[in-house]
Design a binder for this molecule. Structure first.
Ligand code: GLU
Length: 479
């Protein structure tokens, strides 16, 4: 049995959450639930320049829209708070002081100008830009004096020379970096804010995070973090770096240039949160029985990060569309009515929504398809007159068919499915009109479309008056 499992998601409030982040969040959530542990939400807002207004609230709102939640974090509290980094500045200062005291970090007084010059030189010499360790050997006494004198400084990590840094990634096994390739990272900035590297390590340690599952773009940061854990004398958590999604065409990292990527944008376009979560589950992972439709409960039971593929997978929209349809068809009438509400056009007759839904549920790929699939239920329709004549022997016959149908419908005393069916089908049989031709013609006349929900059900929703007026409109078109 595993020790207490504590996972976390640590988003920065710098813009809308990407679908890739939501997929990673789901893994952290499920893994914690599987082992009866906790899932922590921590806001990493140390980069004030990139923060967007309302970003912190937006993160919490989108997680909830996806039907997920956190055990500790903003709005929830917990034993290890605060869970927002800007409220933890004292903690970072206190901890980084320990590194200064035991010689694992040092004050750096280099000006921006000096650093820019060094960088330029290195570039000219075709070297990778890095800090030249100019301040690394300033004695502690001198440094403390300069700090006391009010000189501006940052604190840097004293990266050991010629050391192999190894960590285990659940997807990739052991990964080793040589410390010579690692810069003397800034840990504390001149404004008193920590850098990401310092804050993430301190917080993951103090919040007792056991497993860090995050995007693979952080792999190259991990040796820096491992060095920090070592410098503090702390044990290193387990890492799993999750591959990024590729664009739906399989080319390149999924990016804004090729379409919308925010987790919110998919819900706004009529994808169900349950379908999105299921889709995330099967990208790069498979259930043992290969089932693709998976509930959150089943996923929680079976998911293991070590079973994830370390290869990037394409964000296969076709598969997502298929899954979304599956989930839409699972909804009860009431559920669908509630979920579709934001997608119903303003001028759609409100009292007809519930009637229409069962007719189109089968054909909805996203909730937003409502508009397209129901536009003939209200407002005017338009179509090519020729469509009415398809497969008909003559125009006169179609005119006759329309006239007779109108007459038959006008005699209906009660507007119900059985009666309409009986009258209209009875008419067609009695007259021995070609079945396919007749009903296709009627469908076009009544809806303007070739593919619609069952014709008689559609007529019921439209109402007697509108059906008759559309049949008359068709007659007009032909005369
Ligand atoms: N704040 C980082 C982000 O926005 C967190 C990275 C990590 O999980 O360590 O992605």
């Amino acid at each position: 049995m595993m020790n207490q499992v504590r996972t976390r998601m640590a988003p920065s409030p710098t813009g809308e959450m990407h679908v890739g982040s939501m997929a990673t969040l789901l893994k952290n959530y499920a893994f914690a639930k599987k082992y009866g542990g906790q899932f922590i939400l921590r806001i990493e807002d140390t980069d004030k320049l990139r923060e967007v207004p309302g970003g912190v609230e937006a993160i919490q709102a989108i997680i909830k829209r996806y039907g997920l939640d956190w055990d500790e974090g903003p709005g929830k509290g917990g034993e290890y708070g605060p869970y927002i980094q800007s409220a933890r500045l004292d903690i970072y200062k206190r901890e980084v002081q320990k590194l200064i005291d035991n010689d694992q970090a040092y004050y750096c007084f280099c000006s921006k100008e000096r650093l820019a010059e060094v960088k330029e030189q290195q570039m000219a010499n075709k070297q990778a830009p890095h800090y030249d360790r100019h301040c690394r050997d300033i004695s502690k006494e001198e440094a403390q004096q300069r700090v006391a004198n009010g000189e501006e400084y940052v604190i840097r990590l004293k990266v050991p020379e010629d050391q192999e840094i190894t960590f285990t990634d659940l997807l990739r096994g052991e990964i080793t970096f040589n410390s010579n390739l690692i810069d003397d990272q800034v840990l504390l900035k001149s404004d008193g804010y920590p850098t990401y590297h310092l804050a993430v390590v301190i917080d993951d340690y103090l919040m007792k995070i056991s497993h860090i599952m995050r995007g693979e773009e952080w792999i190259s940061s991990t040796p820096k973090h491992v060095l920090l854990y070592q410098a503090f004398g702390w044990s290193v958590p387990v890492f799993a770096h999750i591959p990024v999604f590729l664009n739906p065409d399989g080319k390149g990292k999924m990016s804004k240039r090729k379409g919308m990527v925010s987790a919110a944008s998919f819900l706004d376009r009529g994808y169900l949160a349950e379908a999105m979560l299921n889709f995330f589950m099967i990208l790069g992972w498979a259930k043992k029985d290969q089932q693709e439709v998976i509930s959150l409960e089943e996923y929680i039971q079976e998911f293991e990060p070590s079973d994830l593929s370390s290869n990037s997978v394409a964000f296969d929209i076709k598969k997502l569309n298929w899954l979304n349809g599956v989930y839409i068809r699972k909804l009860s009438n009431e559920q669908l009515l509630e979920k579709i509400a934001p997608f119903v056009p303003q001028d759609f007759p409100a009292d007809k929504v519930a009637q229409v839904l069962p007719l189109i549920q089968e054909r909805l790929i996203t909730l937003a398809d409502f508009t397209e699939l129901t536009k003939f239920f209200y407002g005017s329709i338009s179509y090519e007159t020729d469509l009415l004549l398809k497969k008909a022997d003559s125009k006169e016959l179609v005119i006759l068919e329309l006239n007779e149908t109108i007459k038959e419908i006008e005699t209906l005393s009660d507007w119900n499915l059985l009666e309409i069916e009986e009258k209209v089908m009875g008419l067609q049989e009695k007259k021995a009109w070609h079945r396919g031709q007749f009903f296709m013609m009627l469908r076009i006349a009544v809806t303007g479309e070739k593919a619609t929900p069952p014709l008689f059900d559609t007529m019921i929703v439209l109402g007697k008056e509108l059906v008759i007026s559309r049949l008359k409109e068709a007659l007009n078109k032909l005369s």
